[in-house]
Design a protein around this ligand. Structure first.
Ligand code: DWN
Length: 392
């Protein structure tokens, strides 16, 4: 049985940045969050049609983030050393920062966003511009045979029908092969109060506990877990066919830690929902007080996460003048729902502002280092994770 615990209000498509003339037709949906008592999975109550989010207009370009490019290079090297895969498939390959570390002749990309699928195809990788389904896995099996490594980063949590996705993996994975995927961690979200991990694309936020249950019923077994710092705290899950590996200590430790925190208990989510409401009240109060004192506020990073925060809290350009973002495709457009202008970082002088809200709080250290001049001139950052704070 699924029980609702959080209502994040009316939300737009988190990565649909708008031109002025698109504002009147903007699509909104109700973002409610549920806990499944049986599997312990946390998901959106009503999913958004995938085609509305993942299409040729998708704006999140992984290769523009140097820390993430380095992360994927290191991950690829580690997986090559550990598992020596001959044939590799990536689900949700974006513009290729992971797969580009593997041989073109023995790798396959699956990417439904045409703009990014074109990038890896142009690089010479076999690319299927499709969503990941059992139907697709059967087609690939016929044409290319079994895969030794199936990898996915920040994509499995986007897939609404997990049973179908995991069956597809089981179909295509060599008997001794590995399925490795990483996504934001539910435990870190609960600990840090980072409710902005929830938006249209994130159909689910995963605990190891829930994944263990759902993978198991689809014939797969988790044998190892890495806790990662990327994207505000993620888990990298290693899984295999149910009879071809043994469960390692890291799995038991993660399950124990999650149990102790109460991820399997609905009450934990009721407490989290209260914290989210308090965070909203406090953030709005803080920004309004600063504005009343005549202060100027900017935001850094037009993230999917900040779409959730701004729309849930009702923050618009009366409180935050503009958002800087390094992604050219987001610049000179309006942020989803809040319609705050998104600008190139180079086009603004940060010293014209008193406060900078961290839409990309997951890159707090990178941004604080880059913007040390702002702090020297007396500027302060504002973040809502793990609580509303100002710091310099
Ligand atoms: O799963 C997903 C993750 C991986 O990425 C997707 N559903 C969508 C996306 O989520 P996000 O938009 O919350 O991701 P990031 O990585 O937190 O986005 C950072 C944004 O901030 C980018 O647009 C780049 C920008 N940025 C910036 O303007 N200045 C980033 C840094 C580090 C900076 O200094």
């Amino acid at each position: 049985m699924k029980k609702e615990f959080l209502d994040l209000g009316r939300q737009p498509i988190a990565n649909k940045f708008l031109k002025e003339d698109e504002v009147s037709d903007e699509f909104f949906f109700d973002l409610k969050v549920v806990f499944d008592e049986d599997t312990k999975l946390v998901s959106m109550k009503d999913f958004v049609k995938p085609e509305l989010m993942f299409n040729e207009d998708y704006k999140y370009n992984t290769s523009l983030s140097t820390p993430m490019v380095n992360h994927f290079k290191e991950t690829a090297e580690m997986l090559k050393m550990k598992f020596k895969p001959r044939k590799v498939l990536e689900i949700g390959s974006n513009d290729g920062p992971f797969i580009s570390n593997f041989d073109k002749d023995s790798s396959i990309c699956v990417e439904p966003c045409d703009n990014f699928a074109k990038v890896t195809a142009d690089m010479g990788y076999k690319t299927r511009t499709e969503f990941w389904t059992t139907e697709l896995s059967e087609k690939i099996l016929k044409q290319n045979g079994y895969m030794d490594l199936i990898y996915s980063a920040n994509c499995v949590c986007h897939i609404q029908d997990l049973d179908d996705a995991f069956k597809a993996v089981k179909n295509l994975l060599t008997p001794g092969g590995v399925f490795v995927f990483e996504d934001p961690s539910l435990l870190r979200m609960l600990e840090r109060g980072s409710y902005d991990q929830i938006y249209d694309e994130h159909a689910h936020v995963f605990s190891v506990t829930a994944l263990n249950n759902i993978l198991k019923r689809n014939g797969l077994r988790i044998f190892s877990v890495d806790n990662l710092s990327v994207h505000g705290g993620s888990n990298r899950i290693y899984a295999c066919h149910v009879d071809s590996c043994t469960v390692g200590d890291s799995v038991r430790e993660n399950l124990k830690e999650e149990k102790e925190f109460g991820v399997d208990n609905f009450e934990t989510y009721e407490i989290f929902a209260k914290r989210v409401e308090e965070s909203k009240d406090e953030l709005v109060r803080c920004l309004k007080n600063l504005k009343d004192d005549g202060k100027k506020i900017i935001s850094i990073g037009a993230t999917s996460k900040s779409t959730t925060v701004f729309n849930y809290c009702g923050i618009d350009s009366s409180l935050i003048d503009c958002i800087t973002d390094t992604t050219p495709d987001k610049q000179n457009l309006l942020a989803p729902g809040s319609h705050i202008p998104v600008v190139d970082r180079e086009s603004v002088n940060l010293n014209d502002y008193d406060y900078a809200f961290l839409g990309a709080w997951n890159f707090k250290d990178v941004i604080a280092n880059k913007e040390s001049g702002f702090v020297k001139k007396g500027g302060q950052f504002i973040t809502h994770v793990p609580k509303i704070m100002m710091f310099s």
